[in-house]
Design a protein around this ligand. Structure first.
Ligand code: AMP
Ligand code: MG
Length: 476
């Protein structure tokens, strides 16, 4: 038996629509995350293809689609909601949601389904993010439905079981605020505080805490070269987790202007814009909370603005602290941030691979003769040499041994990220040939991203020019 709790179902009925998932023709379990199941205290025998496809609603579940709104690429949509997701309930405090579970009252024109490619993509990248130490929703299972879905072509249908601290988004607050439903906003805020921020008291402190988690999250994204791709307010989690893996991607060569998503034509969600966009999204959250922040409107706005200004401090501390650790400087000295920034500038000018440059620095920190592997990543290797000379001078001022520094660096500079060309190859093998071998191999290597895995060395390499992926698609 699955030990469901259903705290969201105790919120007012206008927060969701109760309905069961729509059954599918021939569910087949293609991936079960047994480690995550164990963490949640779930018995794998309870996690059958029937349960994970929605064909069998397990005892104790109270299935529902959640209401939310959101700004999509800056345009407000007062009603989005779970158009293809079904929340079964909570286990160990975490939401268990079937994504791709059929039409709901929020589906608008959509079919309520998901294709196998995007399902495996979410599985792979969310699990990789978790292994990289980034707060994220998790993937418990993937099933194929035995039904085709119509996208640009007919594709195999699938459902991913998503595990999240919750599915409350900035857009959930916007849903009630847009309806002038201050009681709804308050009930949601009280629920979110109890569930995610039990130590804060008051709505200002709540806003502050959400802002801090978001600032730390975005810093972590930047530090591993992650581009979310659709930072709409409905994809911004109040719990501070990365959520909704659509056209997301990791950079190969470092360039802050990098955009992969085919629908992001203006580059609104480019790698380097992510902090700014997070602030914009959080400002939308702050607006929904104004009636709770103070009785007087002007005073409420002043409180919101003051609180939003905290993003910059938290973000910069997390980002520059992380950058310093990436180049092996555990204790900050004057000039360190500029030194780190200058490396990034040289990398951008020279199309240096983000992941390999930092990973290469780990060895170079011990043995200057290992510089060769790093300098070769730069179009003009002398740009690296000039920087490395300054870096070595700075490292002479530290206490730790070179080996200790290298080990600390290796723990924050991954060897393996889900590179787009490897992800595509793994998805294509599954979609076209029903071959899940490459998907499993990639999951295995990405489960230990900070360890050298000699048998998997090819997954560390950037794409050959012919393998390069220029665009990613959300596939909804
Ligand atoms: P997403 O791009 O996944 O963040 O989804 C944005 C909105 O579109 C959400 O309200 C989704 O529920 C909805 N949506 C996405 N794909 C579908 C689909 N195939 N059927 C119905 N609704 C969908
Ligand atoms: Mg979404």
């Amino acid at each position: 038996m699955i030990p469901f709790a259903n705290t969201y179902a105790r919120l007012p009925e206008r927060f969701y629509a109760r309905l069961a998932p729509t059954p599918v023709a021939a569910p087949r379990l293609v991936r079960l995350n047994t480690a995550l199941a164990a963490q949640l205290g779930l018995d794998p025998d309870d996690l059958t293809a029937d349960v994970l496809s929605g064909n069998l609603v397990p005892e104790g579940a109270e299935p529902m689609a959640l209401a939310y709104a959101g700004h999509q690429f800056g345009n407000f949509v007062p009603q989005l909601g779970d158009g293809r997701a079904n929340l079964l309930g909570e286990v160990a405090g975490r939401d268990i949601q079937l994504k791709g579970a059929g039409r709901t009252p929020f589906s608008r024109g959509g079919d309520g389904r998901a294709a196998l490619g995007p399902v495996l993509r979410e599985y792979l990248i969310s699990e990789a993010m978790h292994a990289l130490g980034v707060p994220t929703t998790r993937a418990l299972a993937a099933v194929t439905t035995g039904e085709p879905v119509a996208r640009e072509t007919m594709l195999p249908g699938a459902i991913v079981t998503r595990v999240a601290s919750s599915h409350i988004r900035v857009g959930t607050f916007q849903y009630f605020a847009a309806r002038q439903d201050t009681d709804g906003v308050r009930a949601l805020a009280d629920y979110a505080i109890a569930r995610h921020y039990p130590d804060v008291s008051g709505y200002k402190a709540f806003l502050e805490a959400v802002i801090a988690r978001q600032a730390e999250l975005i810093a972590r994204w930047l530090l591993i070269g992650f581009i979310h791709g659709v930072m709409n307010t409905d994809n911004c989690s109040i719990a501070g987790e990365t959520i909704d893996y659509g056209p997301c991607a990791f950079m190969d060569a470092y360039d802050p202007a990098t955009v992969f998503s085919s629908i992001d034509r203006q580059g609104r969600y480019a790698y380097g814009n992510q902090p700014r966009i997070a602030v914009w999204n959080l400002a939308r959250l702050a607006e929904t909370l104004l009636p709770l922040l103070a009785d007087d409107d002007d005073q409420a706005v002043a409180i919101a603005q003051e609180t939003l200004s905290g993003f910059g401090r938290t973000f910069e501390a997390a980002y520059f602290g992380g950058l310093r650790r990436k180049i092996g400087l555990s204790v900050e000295r004057d000039g360190d941030n500029a030194l780190a920034q200058d490396l990034l500038t040289a990398m951008a000018k020279n199309q240096a691979d983000f992941t390999l440059t930092f990973r290469g620095l780990c060895n170079a920190a011990v043995k200057p003769e290992r510089d060769a592997a790093v300098r070769d990543l730069f179009v003009d290797p002398s740009a690296y040499d000039a920087w490395a000379a300054r870096w070595r001078q700075r490292m002479a001022f530290a206490f730790e041994t070179p080996e200790a520094r290298r080990d600390a660096m290796r723990a924050v500079n991954p060897a393996y990220i889900p590179r787009n060309h490897n992800v595509e190859a793994a998805l294509n093998a599954a979609i076209e040939n029903d071959d899940f071998g490459p998907f499993e191999a990639l999951l295995t290597v990405l489960s230990r991203p900070f360890d050298d895995q000699p048998g998997f060395a090819r997954y560390a390499a950037p794409p050959a020019p012919s393998e390069r992926v220029h665009q990613t698609f959300c596939g909804t």
